[in-house]
Design a protein around this ligand. Structure first.
Ligand SMILES: [Zn+2]
Ligand SMILES: [Zn+2]
Length: 347
């Protein structure tokens, strides 16, 4: 068994921060970052995180961007709000969180293509008994078997993640990040598997919320393991950012160079994401409109649906919408959009 973590929230925050985990304060009920100060909330669209005076002044505004390893700052936060729960900013800590859910969700309509996006499971013996697939742990086991190992981590300390059980029966696997610039990917690696990376966060190992304890089960927070190469490849595929744009405007759709449709949709999403980030009102409607448009272009673009979905959800989150709301809006609007496919001649 691993060494127990401190129970008191401040002690836990200081313990993990001393190991290089960047800590931010979360609400013990909603598990969301604490709210911005009234000045940041009312500052509106001209307000940039990079120039906000609150973080240099030691306040917790802007959620994951406020995460720190500074013991003085952490102590001040917890003295002010002793009941808040430590969260961990993935990217700044050099970590990535594989979040294996155990929600009571129905299986994807077509499990052969929906359980592991991008991988066709036709004929896989596991699908003979789909009732045996109930959580993200089962989906990860499926991916593991397809890609080459008996277990997501070979039996050597080098690959041992920090393993945490969650109050809802899920599992958190914290690894060292296998690459820079990874981002959140919800469901893109597999059904009930979310990847938290970059400017995303997870409940700290050892955190205690109103729903229960995030219990450390294996691994050492001082030395989170490296992913085995096959898993690193899969995670990088699922959690890579859209390609950087070299052109400020969408590629003309009639110029059918190879990849032009994919570039066009990528540009639509990139610009939509930037627009969303400037809005203080109407973000839900704008995200739905963007997802609807992306749905219309999806088939023509040739981009995989899971990739487009995860970019859109990340756009909603970056604008400040809660993950679950952004996920619901994107799924609904994208599906509606695909019912009304756009072809190049109609753009
Ligand atoms: Zn502020
Ligand atoms: Zn601010």
């Amino acid at each position: 068994m691993p060494t127990p973590l401190p129970a008191r929230p401040l002690d836990l925050a200081l313990h993990l921060a001393a190991l290089g985990w960047h800590i931010l304060p979360l609400s013990p009920t909603s598990k969301r970052p604490l709210a911005n100060c009234s000045r940041c909330r009312s500052a509106g669209r001209a307000h940039l995180i990079a120039t906000c005076p609150c973080r240099p002044a030691g306040r917790w505004c802007h959620g994951v961007h406020a995460a720190t390893t500074d013991p003085a700052r952490l102590t001040a936060w917890w003295q002010h709000q002793p009941e808040v729960v430590p969260g961990v900013a993935a990217g700044p800590s050099g970590l990535i969180l594989i979040d294996l859910d155990a929600h009571d969700d129905p299986l994807p309509t077509d499990p052969t293509t929906g359980l592991l996006p991008g991988i066709d499971l036709t004929g896989d013996p596991a699908l003979a008994d789909p009732a045996g697939i109930r959580t993200g742990l089962h989906t990860l086991a499926l991916l593991t078997r397809r890609r080459g190992g008996p277990c997501p981590w070979p039996a050597v300390p080098e690959h041992q993640p920090v393993v945490v059980t969650t109050p809802s029966g899920g599992r958190h696997l914290w690894y060292r990040a296998p690459a820079a610039n990874l981002r959140q990917a919800l469901g893109a690696l597999g059904w009930q598997i979310d990847i938290k990376a970059g400017w995303n966060y997870g409940l700290a190992p050892g955190a205690i919320t109103t729903a229960g304890t995030y219990s450390l089960r294996a691994g050492d927070p001082a030395f989170p393991g490296r992913m085995p190469p096959w898993l690193a490849r899969e995670v990088i595929r699922a959690a890579s950012a859209p390609p950087a744009r070299s052109q400020p405007h969408p590629a003309p759709p009639r110029a059918r160079s190879a990849g032009a449709p994919a570039n066009y949709l990528t540009t639509v999403i990139t610009r939509g994401t930037a627009h969303l980030a400037t809005l203080s009102d109407g973000r839900q409607r704008a995200l739905s409109a963007l997802a609807y448009q992306a749905g219309g272009l999806l088939a023509w673009s040739g981009l995989p649906e899971y990739q487009v979905t995860s970019w859109l959800i990340a756009a909603g989150e970056a604008s400040g919408l809660p993950t679950r709301l952004a996920t619901r809006l994107v799924h609904r609007a994208l599906a509606n959009g695909t019912q009304n496919p756009l072809s190049p001649s109609r753009i």
